[in-house]
Write a protein that binds this ligand. Structure first.
Ligand SMILES: NC(=O)c1ccc[n+]([C@@H]2O[C@H](COP(=O)([O-])OP(=O)(O)OC[C@H]3O[C@@H](n4cnc5c(N)ncnc54)[C@H](O)[C@@H]3O)[C@@H](O)[C@H]2O)c1
Length: 325
């Protein structure tokens, strides 16, 4: 089997590429390195079944060739991270919609199974204990740039479903909840790598808002295994699946846990959202997935719990800091 992974030099994409190679697949990656990094795939570069192209998914002519030689396509390339989204909404909207249009159109022409990475952000301001795939999606106003990420991913989902319904394209959509692991960058607003970095450097651990907001975190290895299983499962085509963890933690408790596990001297401080992002920034109180749909179809369940995930991420970060010193 030969997979094309768009955004394969990113955090999740590079873990997906690694997992596919381990399963004996050939893997081709396309990435423009806008938020990803070549260091994420450096260990794969000499693998005989691995190749990569540094270019944009927006290069339709190139994508036609890449889709043609793949058996299946994992589309992960996107503008990602709250900070990037609020600072660069034009880039976000154009990247997320145009790239997905190209991928779906070409996969449809060549009839190649495709997986589209969506996000729990699409649930927006929905106020429920757990989010299910068929729940209403409740976004904020267009005056608040943060919602452009969710809106663009909703269009991606509609488009994937439309290609399935009208053109019989074998397309599956996954709504990823916070996914964590080594190689995730804290630069664009991701909370766990930022806290770990701050704690290891004994810098203040900065909580945006009052820290009472609750989130669940899923190990990247669990997420990529679910993706690989779903794209090969005909029962998944035309469907949307939540992928996440069912245990949640407040951001304040997350900061304390990171501080304890790193034996850090850092103080924990609070930064108002308007300072961290922009005036009027809205955050959600809770975001927890109902994973019964994906559990039922492929037996998915998250394997790692938060302390173990954090332990592995901290070890990874420590090694990087030592190597850089
Ligand atoms: N990490 C999470 O917690 C999370 C949660 C929900 C959804 N997702 C989705 O998962 C996918 C992967 O996210 P990630 O966390 O690995 O982020 P990431 O930023 O590490 O990966 C995205 C990759 O896409 C690349 N890219 C962006 N635009 C491109 C383009 N036009 N052409 C080629 N490459 C391009 C970037 O350089 C980067 O390597 C995204 O679609 C994201 O929306 C991630």
């Amino acid at each position: 089997m030969r997979a094309l992974v768009t955004g394969g030099a990113g955090f999740i994409g590079s873990h997906l590429a690694e997992a596919l190679l381990e399963l004996g697949w050939s893997v081709e990656v396309i990435d423009d390195l806008s938020t990803g990094g070549i260091e994420n795939i450096v260990s794969l570069k000499d693998h005989p079944r691995f190749s990569y192209v540094l270019d944009s998914v927006r290069n339709r002519r190139l994508m036609l060739e890449l889709v043609d030689r793949a058996d299946m396509v994992f589309h992960l390339a996107a503008a990602v991270g709250v900070r990037l989204i609020v600072e660069q909404p034009v880039w976000t909207i154009e990247t997320n919609i145009k790239c997905t249009e190209i991928v779906l159109e070409l996969c449809s022409r060549k009839h190649k199974p495709v997986l589209i990475a969506s996000t729990s952000e699409v649930y927006g301001k929905l106020n429920r204990a757990k989010f299910s795939e068929d729940d209403n999606l409740v976004l904020g106003p267009t005056s608040k740039a943060r919602w452009c990420y969710a809106a663009s991913k909703i269009i991606d989902e509609f488009l994937a479903k439309a290609y399935y319904a009208e053109k019989k394209l074998p397309a599956v959509v996954v709504r990823l909840f916070n996914t964590i692991g080594p190689r995730q960058s804290g630069e664009y607003g991701m909370v766990v790598p930022r806290f770990v970095q701050q704690a290891l450097e004994n810098q203040p651990i900065t909580i945006y808002g009052d820290g009472s907001q609750r989130r669940s975190f899923t190990w990247v290895g669990d997420v990529v295994q679910a993706m690989i299983t779903l794209i090969q499962q005909p029962g998944a085509y035309g469907e949307v699946f939540n992928i996440g963890h069912t245990k949640e933690i407040s951001i304040y408790n997350l900061a304390s846990l990171v501080k304890d596990l790193t034996l850090s001297q850092s103080e924990v401080i609070f930064v108002p959202y308007e300072e961290a992002y922009q005036p009027g920034f809205e955050d959600m109180g809770r975001r927890l997935p109902d994973i019964s749909k994906v559990q039922k179809l492929i037996g998915y369940r998250p394997n790692l719990d938060l302390p173990e995930m954090l332990h592995r991420i901290i070890e990874y970060q420590r090694t990087r800091i030592k190597a850089a010193a």
